[in-house]
Ligand binder design. Structure first.
Ligand code: C5P
Length: 414
């Protein structure tokens, strides 16, 4: 446990609601309450009915020093601990352990017990510490549910890998209580405003290259990485313009969005705005080629399969890099590289060729990296610097790491 230099409590008087769900890791909630209280937090525990099979209310009540909430319709309890009061008073809602069932119910917006009702009613940020069997954690439905909650702003700590109580070995172990306390401290820290007022232009998503009025050539980019960068940059105070290819994602709060379809439209949108930007992040998966001819009418199913001639698309990032070299100045350029092997060599080459300041490279053959998933595993490359490799992280966390480097580059140039 890290204390502040003066030995102070890092969560003094912070109102934290701790939701405890019915998993074997519920026993760790006792230690978590103890550590939160030790850091000065005012902890309100809310248990699900299933949690009471694993740990007693009395234990958590004794450690938190206040009545534990559980029933939604328990009149005695309700008069004392109204769910709306808990929701309104919470500065942070931590759910530890968060079971697969609880995650699914939160995702669906159910409000059929005290914990889910508080979760729905509160405006406080949500921090999940998942704990479950490895197969449940890896199940596509759980992945989708966690991804949805993360996209809505939920924070996730853990789970770790190791021996699970169910006998399996793998991911699913709840993060240790000290790690959860650290996550609470981070979640409650005032957001860094290190990009205050900085104009940042971000591209995201695929491009669609028309073949005829109904068909196009495209790629599997979901836009999630670029949107995550836009969301976090705006949260850090940047004035963000997001040039988005065809994606189905919601515009992050405070972000100006320009929708485009093709690489040439993206180029026009980017070049028109690049001069006003101090940072350009090219996260889009721009199509390198387009059909040389776009038929004005739908291509008919003829006898012979048509041959499609391709033409090269402009390389927007390389053009910005060249422009900056010619002019002797311009925005900070961040590029992306999806590779399928020899990451270091290809990334260094791309960094040079495109003339960017930072290259975010990922090996898209690796699990948890690349398109359409909510996590990414990246290595950052910059000229004349050692590369920085990260483990698999949620895309929002990858976005933060990229923006940390951007902030550092801006600091150097200021
Ligand atoms: O050359 P490659 O496609 O691997 O480079 C990827 C990087 O270059 C990304 O940052 C992407 O947004 C950008 N790019 C571009 N214009 C293209 C192709 C890629 O700006 N036509």
């Amino acid at each position: 446990m890290v204390m502040t230099p003066n030995g102070g409590e890092r969560l003094r008087d912070r109102r934290i609601t701790l939701g405890v769900c019915g998993g074997i890791a519920a026993y760790k909630a006792a230690e978590l309450v103890r550590l939160l209280v030790k850091q000065g937090a005012r902890v309100q525990v809310v248990m699900t009915a299933a949690a009471e099979h694993f740990i007693t209310k009395l234990t958590l009540q004794a450690l938190s020093g206040r009545p534990v909430g559980s029933g939604l319709f328990d009149l005695d309890e309700e008069s004392e601990i109204g769910h709306i009061r808990i929701a309104d008073e919470s500065e942070l809602l931590v759910i530890a352990p968060a079971t697969a069932n609880a995650i699914a119910r939160l995702c669906a917006g159910l409000a059929d017990d005290l914990l889910t009702t508080v979760a729905l009613a509160t405006k406080a940020p949500l921090l999940l510490a998942p704990a479950m069997n490895v197969n449940m954690w890896r199940h596509p439905q759980t992945r989708e549910n966690v991804a949805k909650l993360v996209a809505r702003g939920a924070l996730v700590v853990g789970p770790g890998e190791g021996d699970l109580a169910c006998g399996w070995v793998g991911a699913g172990r709840m993060a240790e209580p000290p790690e959860i306390v650290e996550a609470c401290v981070r979640a409650l820290a005032p957001a860094a405003r290190d990009l205050d007022g900085v104009a940042v232009l971000i591209t995201a998503g695929p491009t669609h290259e028309p073949l005829d009025p109904v068909r196009y050539l495209g790629n599997r980019s979901s836009g999630k990485m670029g949107f995550a960068i836009a969301r976090r940059a705006a949260a850090r105070g940047a004035r963000v313009t997001l040039v988005a290819g065809p994606v189905t994602l919601e515009t992050p709060p405070g972000v100006e969005r320009v929708d485009v379809e093709s690489a040439r439209e993206m180029r026009a949108a980017v070049l028109a705005r690049a001069d006003a930007a101090r940072v350009v992040v090219m996260a889009a998966a721009v199509a390198d080629f387009r059909p040389a001819v776009c038929s004005g009418t739908k291509i008919k199913k003829g006898e012979a399969a048509p041959e499609i001639a391709l033409a090269r698309n402009p390389d927007i990032l390389a053009e910005l890099g060249a422009q900056r070299r010619e002019r002797g100045g311009g925005p900070i350029l961040v590029g992306f590289a999806a590779e399928t092997g020899d990451l270091e060599r290809n990334a260094r080459e791309k960094l040079r060729e495109k003339g960017c300041d930072l290259l975010v490279a990922n090996d898209v053959t690796q699990e948890g990296a690349g398109f359409a998933v909510d996590t990414n595993r990246v290595t950052l490359f910059a000229p004349d610097a050692a590369s920085e490799a990260f483990p698999v992280l949620p895309k929002v966390a990858v976005a933060e790491r990229i923006l940390d480097r951007v902030a550092a580059l801006l600091g150097v140039r200021r």
